[in-house]
Structures are given as C-alpha cells and as structure tokens.
Design a protein around this ligand. Structure first.
Ligand SMILES: NC(=O)c1ccc[n+]([C@@H]2O[C@H](COP(=O)([O-])OP(=O)(O)OC[C@H]3O[C@@H](n4cnc5c(N)ncnc54)[C@H](O)[C@@H]3O)[C@@H](O)[C@H]2O)c1
Length: 343
C-alpha cells in the first residue's frame, strides 16, 4: 500500500516544466466543467467544512475540508489560516496539505502540499465566476489586499479578461509596493492606490484581505462603475466579512458553497435574503448569469472542498505526466493483517 507524496520540490518542478499559465488554464477549464457537473446534479455536493478557531494572541483557524466523489475517492484538505505567520514565523498565511483516500479501502493514495495549489484554485474559481458575471472586455482589475491570494487572483483573471492595468491597495504599504514585482510575469502596469480609488475605477474588484473578525468592510460602497463585478475572497470565517452591506444590497450574488455561505461568507450580513443561484448553477446554465453582466455582481467565495478535489486531480495529472512524486509506505500493511504487530 503506497502513497504518492508531492512535496514542494515536485510542485516547483511542475510549475517550471509545465508553466504557471498552462496549469492555471487547466484549472479554470476543469473547475468550470466540474462546477457545471455539480450544477446538473451529476456529482456529489461537498459538505460544509469544520475546524477550530483560535483566539488569543495568535488568532487563526485550522480547518478540515472533505469531499467525496462516490466510487472514486475522498479528498481531504487540512488547511490553516494564520494571519500572523508572516511576521512571526516567516510562513505564508495559508498552509496545509491535501490528501486523497481510496473510496473502497480508505487507503491514502496521494498526499500533497496544499499551499500553492490552494492559491491557484482560489484564483481559478474566481476566474470561472468572473468570466460568467463580469462585463466582457473588462480591462481594469483592482485588488484590495496584496498578499499571496492577490497574486493568483491577478494571474487567473488575466487568463480570462483582456486586462490592461492592475490597481493594488493594502493597509501595509510594503505589501502593496512589493506586489508589482510578484506579478511582473503578467507584464501589466501595476499602480498602488487606496481602496476608494480602486473601487471607483475597477471593472473587476477582488477583496483578498486578512481583515480580522469584525474588522470589515475593507472598501466603501461607492462611487463605483455600474457594471462592477466583485470577487469577495476573504470572507471565510464567522464574523469575518470584507464588503459593505450597501454594495451587497445592490448586487446579484453568487456563492461557491451554499452550505458555507451563511455561516462564513458575505451572506452572514444578509440573514433574510435567499441565497440565489450558486456558481455550480451558473456554470450549468450560463443564461442565468447573462442578465447581470452590465450591473453589479458579487462572487461570494468561502472556499470549496469540491474545488480542492478537482485541483488535486489536475496536480496529480501533471505529476504523472512528468513522473514526479515519491511513493511511500506511510500506512502499515502487516504481514498478517489480523495481527497489527506483524510489520
Ligand atoms: N475563498 C477562498 O477560497 C480562499 C482561499 C484562500 C484564502 N482565502 C482568504 O483570502 C484572504 C487572503 O489570504 P492570503 O493568503 O492572501 O493572506 P496574506 O496574509 O498573504 O495577505 C493578506 C493581505 O491583506 C492585507 N490586509 C489586511 N487587512 C486589510 C484591510 N483592511 N485592507 C486592505 N488590506 C488588508 C494584509 O496586509 C496582507 O497583505 C484571507 O482572508 C484568506 O482566509 C480565501
């Protein structure tokens, strides 16, 4: 019984040999196809995640995100959100691992680092939503929050929109200033600005902040363009929201995970509003999205284990093509399976 282990070295190799654009494009197309299947009821719904919220001096969350594709396998992401990681430990805010269990035996067939693939899938899911809801031909992308997810939001959206410039805003000036260097591969002009100017000029706005619980909103409701599309990425914990209520009240809102939206997403602010169609519904029936291209829309993303399942498939597919990943006997196979000491 062997587990294929993909560590940082393997993911670095996939990025350098396959290229980040090819991987991102594959993620966007596979996620679109997958969410469409989910919307047509052809695959299992992901349950809401569970986890532990950490208060005190080092606040954060450690979460468990499961998805089962019946007859195929179970994907389990164990992921932590620790916004003080950068200052305290020089680690990313999001760290974790993702594993795949065989559906019949329960054996772990794969285990991979989840940091880079989570950031890429989060950008790719936003790109799927943006392609459905943003005005076609949108050229100005604004980002509030200049951390790790902002890099992959910009990358993913550059694959589905004819972007001409990126506006970036962060409460930490040094993060905003260093952003241009981190997205230099996009070859787009990057301008540091404030949240109000970003909101006023954006065709598409992504909020990707580590705003603390109770600290939102991170932007005001206006002025804004009439066709603004917003990807709300950072509202993913009880009490943590990024968008102003007045913007949500005016917007068509689509969620990535209906089971999580009310507990963790921007929908926490809208207890009396019906959820409306999900991303899966829009992918299955894009005509539902079409009337909203010229008016304000919000993609309320809390993060979906279904997306992690698809992203892990993509990652494993590239690893197989390149012969990457080390097979390890992590789980024991006793010589006599009725005797756990017979290793
Ligand atoms: N929806 C999803 O699927 C998903 C997936 C991964 C991460 N996330 C969320 O995305 C957010 C960003 O994650 P990350 O990995 O980029 O974190 P990060 O720590 O790398 O970056 C966060 C940035 O936000 C900035 N910031 C904090 N408060 C702000 C405010 N009020 N206004 C402007 N900037 C502010 C910080 O200075 C930092 O630069 C987190 O809230 C995380 O939980 C969501």
């Amino acid at each position: 019984m062997q587990t294929k282990v993909l560590c940082q070295r393997d993911i670095k190799r996939i990025l350098s040999v396959v290229g980040r654009d090819v991987i991102m494009d594959r993620l966007i197309s596979e996620l679109h196809r997958g969410f469409a299947r989910l919307g047509r009821g052809e695959t299992d719904e992901p349950p809401p995640r569970t986890g532990f919220a950490r208060g005190g001096d080092v606040p954060g969350v450690i979460e468990f995100m499961p998805y089962r594709a019946s007859g195929i396998g179970v994907t389990m992401k164990t992921v932590s959100y620790s916004p003080q990681n950068f200052e305290r430990f020089n680690l990313p805010t999001i760290v974790g691992t993702v594993s795949r269990l065989d559906d019949d035996s329960g054996s772990m067939v794969a285990l991979a680092d989840a940091g880079t693939i989570t950031a890429m899938r989060t950008g790719a899911v936003a790109a799927v939503a943006t392609r459905l809801l943003a005005r076609p031909g949108s050229t100005t992308l604004a980002l509030i929050g200049a951390g790790a997810q902002a890099v992959t939001q910009a990358h993913a959206l550059s694959r589905v929109l004819p972007l001409e410039r990126i506006l970036i805003s962060d409460i930490k000036a040094e993060h905003a200033e260093s952003f241009a260097g981190r997205v230099a591969f996009l070859k787009l002009p990057v301008e540091v600005t404030d949240a109000a100017a970003a909101m006023a000029t954006a065709d598409v706005l992504c909020t990707v902040t580590s705003v603390p619980v109770g600290g939102g909103p991170v932007v005001s409701a206006g002025p804004r363009l009439a066709h603004l599309h917003v990807n709300g990425i950072g509202a993913d914990e009880q009490g943590k929201t990024e968008l102003p209520r007045a913007l949500l009240d005016d917007a068509f809102i689509c969620v990535d995970h209906p089971g999580q939206a009310r507990a963790e997403g921007e929908f926490q602010q809208l207890p009396d509003r019906e959820l409306g169609p999900s991303l899966a519904d829009l992918c299955a029936a894009p005509e539902i999205a079409a009337p909203h291209l010229e008016s304000v829309s919000v993609f309320d993303s809390t993060g979906s284990a279904f997306a992690d399942h698809i992203a892990l498939d993509v990652l494993l597919g590239f690893a197989d093509e390149l012969g990457l990943g080390r097979k390890m006997a992590i789980e024991s196979t006793p010589e006599d399976v009725l005797d756990p000491y017979s290793l």
